[in-house]
Write a protein that binds this ligand. Structure first.
Ligand code: ADP
Ligand code: MG
Length: 279
């Protein structure tokens, strides 16, 4: 770039007011209802929150408060006919609830990844790890089989699985719970998501393994520039990982704030009760 052009470029870019970054995910008045005994019962009752770029947001609340249903609603994985969704779920400004099914399938594979408490439910027990990661790469990134194999190894190394090369040829049951969760994270990374939704991904793991998985998610989040919606009922995990906390209580969001503020000066009685339960 010649110097004059460069100066003009710099002045335009440096003097432009820094716009507030728009959220990666904006959930607005999201309501999810299920048919029960002939009546629609709302379990998520018109909630709103944002996940900003590179932010880790913890969605917390006691068991049954609607956290998993919220995650499934964002991914539109609530079965049609059985559940009803309304409101907006905007991913970089695009309302996912208004997308045709086909586009939504692409969003699931490419833009938003999800990991769950029990990775065995998402891994196919009769297919080797390498093949499963390869499938995700072929399907969502359009890679050739050969390129996908090499990339699968790189991803397993990226999530720090010991003896990654040998693991490619293993079936899921040969791996420990922590290793399986690493495989799920590798598969999530395969689609280079803008947003990772993690629904209690460490709850079923031993405390030391839990800490390692949290550390991994934190590292990847920084290095890949992902945004993370991290669902947990464990306030210790929240303190470790979250920038911001969204507190759910019986299907409503009762409080949202930066993690320090939630820990030092929670305003809602339910949040205070939740904090009091932290050892
Ligand atoms: P959390 O993840 O916070 O523990 P959930 O989101 O799993 O809670 O559940 C919230 C409420 O929604 C619970 O009362 C649960 O029984 C109900 N629920 C979840 N899935 C369904 C479904 N498919 N049909 C009917 N009710 C459901
Ligand atoms: Mg849940």
């Amino acid at each position: 770039m010649c110097s004059v052009v460069r100066e003009i470029w710099m002045s335009v870019h440096l003097e432009a007011p820094i716009a507030a970054e728009s959220p990666v995910l904006a959930v607005r008045e999201l309501r999810t209802s299920f048919l029960s005994g002939g009546e629609w019962r709302s379990v998520v009752k018109g909630i709103s929150f944002d996940v900003n770029p590179r932010e880790t947001v913890a969605l917390v609340g006691e068991s049954g408060s609607g956290k998993s249903v919220t995650a499934l609603s964002i991914m539109r994985l609530i079965e049609q006919g059985q559940g009803r969704l309304s409101g907006q779920v905007e991913l970089e400004g695009r309302d996912l609830l208004a997308l045709p099914d086909k586009s939504m399938q692409q969003v699931r594979g490419r833009d938003v990844a999800m990991i769950f408490q029990e990775p065995m439910t998402s891994l196919n027990p009769v297919l080797k790890i390498g093949f499963q990661i390869g499938e995700a790469l072929v399907r969502h990134r359009g890679m050739s089989r050969a390129a996908a194999e090499a990339e699968a190894l790189r991803l397993l190394e990226r999530v720090r699985i010991p003896s990654a090369k040998e693991r490619l040829a293993d079936f899921p049951h040969r791996l420990s719970g922590g290793m399986r969760q690493r495989v799920m994270i590798a598969m999530a990374l395969a689609c280079r998501p803008k947003l990772l939704i993690a629904d209690e991904p460490t709850t079923a793991l031993d405390v030391t393994i839990q800490a390692q998985i949290l550390e991994l998610i934190r590292m990847l989040q920084e290095e890949e520039g992902m945004s993370v919606l991290f669902i947990t009922h464990d306030m210790g995990v929240v303190a470790e990982i979250a920038d911001k906390v969204v507190v759910m209580f019986r299907g409503d969001v009762v409080e949202t704030g930066p993690t320090e503020k939630i820990f030092s000066a929670a305003s809602h009685p339910y949040t205070r009760a939740l904090m009091a339960a932290v050892p």
